[in-house]
Every structure is written in C-alpha cells, then in structure tokens.
Design a protein around this ligand. Structure first.
Ligand code: ZN
Length: 445
C-alpha cells in the first residue's frame, strides 16, 4: 500500500495516556498503520494538507441497528416509549428483505463516515424474507468502514408472551446454526481486521434464558464478543424483576454475560452494585444519549460509570430511535446530558471525545490497535476543518463539540481515504439515495 502524509495539522488530539495534543504536526501512514508522527516529515506518496484542521482518531460507534435507516421518523412511532415504538415498527420491518437490509446499511454507514466514524458495530436481530447478516457485510465493504456486525436474534414471539410478532422470530436451533456460520465465514481476529463478528440476542425479553447461556458458551468457544440491550428504561427493569426475579445485572451475571468480551447497550438504569459489577468484570457499555432522550428512557449514569472504571463507548443506536446517525453530535449530547444531572463540570469536551474514540475502541476489544493516534496503531484518522462558520471564533479548537464542525473533511480507515473533501470515495451517494428512496416508498404503501 502506498504511503500517505497528513501534513501540518493545526492540532493532533492523540488520545494517548498523557492526553497529548501536538501542534503543527504531521502523520505518516504506511501499510495501513501510523508509521511516524512528528514535524517536517517527508513521503514518497500522496500529501494531504491539514492546515487549520484538528486531527483526531476516528470515532467509534458501539451500538447501531443500521437496517432502521429505512424507517426514520415513522409517524406512529415518533412519540412512543420503547415498547410502543417497537410495536409500531415491527410490522414494517417484517416486510424487509435482502435489498432493504443492504440499502439501509449502506446509507447508515455513509452517514456515520461523513460524521468522522471509522469503526462501527451493528446489531441485526431480525432476518425476514431471506435477509442475512451477509447483506450488511457486503454494504460495509463498499463504504470501507471497519465493521463489527453482530448476529442478533429474537426467539420469543407474541404467541409465547414476547413482544415481536411471530413472523419475526426464529427457532433457537436455527439461530445457533447461523451464528456458527457467520463467525466461521466472516470473523477475522487479526489486529488490522476490517470485520469482526459478534453474537447478540436482541434483549433478555426477546429470547430464552437458554439461548442467552448457549450464546455465551458459543462466543467463548469461538473467541468472539457478546452484545445485547440491557437496563434500557423503567419498563425493562420491571420486566426483569417480574419475569426473572432479579435486576438485569444479576441476570447477565448468572448467564455468563459479563466480562471483557461483553458490551451492553444503554445501561440507563444500572444501580451502584451493577456499576461495580461492570467495573470489576471489565464489561463494556454502549452509551446512546440521543436515543435515550428520543425514547424518554432517562440519563445513563456515565459519570459514575467512568469514575468506577467502567469501559464506556458511544452509540448512535438505530436510525429509527435517534433518528440521526452523526457521531460528533452524539458526543456533544453525551457531554450535555451529564451536565444536566451533575453540573457544568461533569464532563469536558475532551472527555466526551475520548469516549467517542478510544473509549469505543476499548469497548469493541480494539483498544490495543485502534482509538489513538500513536505510532504502530492502525491509521484510522479524522480531519476536522475548523476554518468554517461552525468553528469560527473558537479559542480552543480541540473543544470541537462546543464549537466546531459535525461533518468530517477527510477520513482514513486502515490508511485508505474513505472521505475526501466531504465526499465518500467508495459510493455513488446520489444513486444510492435514490435507490433507498424507492425502497422506502414501497414500504410506505
Ligand atoms: Zn438498540
């Protein structure tokens, strides 16, 4: 792979242990890796001028349902709580197939990339009409983001007392079989991996206790990560107490769902004992502030989690419960929400950016190679041009989420330029948007 040189960055926010911020510095990329950081570096390859830019590690999204990009702002679900929102959308999702999955994922990933995201997980837990995890993996390869798709699942339908319609649930034997298939086919554990598959039953209220336990065994056998929704809102806690006789943290622990290889989405309602459990066991959290606001779920105790040593990353959550997928705005929302509860010094702009980058990489098990601008780390890098109106007048350019752009100028993943001058390199976006519009119109009929 040719070399690339990012030259003359106004400031590089490295996210290293010392919190180093390097003024007027260069980054030399070679073979997908950061080869050198310094001043007056030279290259035999392309030079990208970064004058006036703040350079950060690429943002990392730890929770999403990319397929929902086709069902944003659906009127019946706009003002509903979580369970009512799901009941509005399930019948629409039941009409999806491979084309809808591909197109929705493609556009969702495009939106993430344009907001500076270099690595994202995805949680796909319904497979109607022949849709497969493979459809989303094909879309990710086109955009060029580092992708952590998770093979989700629902097995308890309406007739068994569950929430989803029977047509959207699968038999548990078929779920396990397909989990094995997608891990064996796609999972790559190497340091520069572009695809790592995880296993992810949708939530404790949509699969059986047996499937939760069996999935944990399978994940450990295969060396892949585990992911699900946990403690999202008060209804969720009430369900857990009523059906399982315990709080979600206890339920997770009993079934083997805590550890360095597990991350849970939301965790809005974790209590002190559960926060201690997550810190002790190195269990990760995908904090989804916009979704939590949108669905009225509450404010996750992120300050307490971080103080206790819990690994926290950010998630935009599904496109139908946000309904945007902009990682920079998500970081801003995370910072603002903690301040609502605990005051203006509860979370700095720098800390929120740390959570959005290095924090996310650690949650996804990539902290050794991604999430920092450091020699030897993978070249996942975002360039933010602070010369525009949104950054004008700022006395502290690094405080990007107080005053700065929410769209990235240039983005590199594994050293490859995925966004160049605000445009995606790997996708004809107008064509893809038109295709998605047609699919959405079909679903509305
Ligand atoms: Zn979710």
């Amino acid at each position: 792979m040719p070399e690339r040189l990012i030259k003359g960055a106004e400031i590089i926010l490295t996210m290293d242990d010392a919190g180093s911020e390097l003024a007027n510095a260069d980054i030399l990329i070679r073979d997908g890796v950061i080869a050198e950081i310094g001043s007056d570096l030279k290259t035999i390859g392309e030079t990208i001028l970064a004058t006036g830019c703040v350079v950060t590690p690429g943002l990392v999204n730890t929770h999403h349902h990319l397929y929902q990009t086709l069902t944003r702002a659906v009127p019946g679900g706009q003002d509903a709580l979580l369970f009512g929102w799901l009941n509005t959308l399930y019948p629409i999702w039941a009409r999806f197939g491979p084309q809808e999955m591909f197109s929705a994922t493609q556009i969702g990933l495009a939106e993430l990339a344009l907001s500076g995201c270099t690595m994202t997980s995805d949680h796909l837990y319904l497979y109607p009409n022949g849709a497969r995890l493979d459809d989303t993996i094909a879309a990710a390869a086109e955009i060029g983001l580092r992708f952590h798709p998770t093979r989700g699942a629902m097995s308890i339908g309406e007739s068994d007392g569950g929430l989803p319609p029977d047509g959207l649930v699968e038999a548990e034997t078929a779920i396990i079989k397909d989990m094995i298939r997608v891990v064996d086919t796609f999972h790559d554990p190497s340091p520069g991996s572009m695809i790592r598959v995880g296993l992810a039953p949708c939530s404790p209220f949509s699969v059986s206790r047996d499937l939760m336990r069996e999935t944990a065994h399978l994940a450990r056998d295969k060396g892949v990560m585990l992911h699900t929704h946990l403690a999202e809102n008060d209804e969720d806690i009430a369900y857990s107490l009523e059906k399982f006789g315990c709080r979600p943290g206890q339920y997770a622990e009993d079934l083997g769902w805590v550890g360095d290889d597990v991350w849970h989405a939301h965790c809005v309602k974790l209590d002190g004992a559960e926060i201690d459990l997550f810190a002790r066991s190195r269990t990760g959290v995908a904090h989804c502030p916009c979704s939590n606001c949108r669905l009225g779920s509450g404010i996750a105790p992120v300050r307490a989690m971080r103080d206790a040593g819990v690994k926290v990353g950010l998630g935009v959550d599904g496109s139908a419960s946000n309904d945007m997928g902009n990682m920079m705005l998500e970081a801003r929302q995370a910072m603002l929400l903690q301040r609502v509860v605990q005051g203006a010094d509860a979370m700095s702009a720098r800390e929120a950016l740390y959570i959005a980058t290095r924090g996310g990489a650690e949650v996804l098990g990539r902290g050794e190679h991604c999430g920092q601008i450091k020699t030897g780390y993978r070249a996942d890098i975002a360039l933010w041009d602070t010369n525009g109106v949104d950054g004008a007048g700022s006395w502290d350019k690094v405080a990007l989420i107080l005053a700065g752009p929410s769209k990235v100028r240039d983005l590199f993943v594994e050293g490859v330029q995925v966004v160049r001058d605000y445009q995606l390199s790997g996708l004809d976006l107008p064509w893809a948007l038109e295709r998605q519009k047609q699919l959405a119109l079909n679903l509305m009929q």
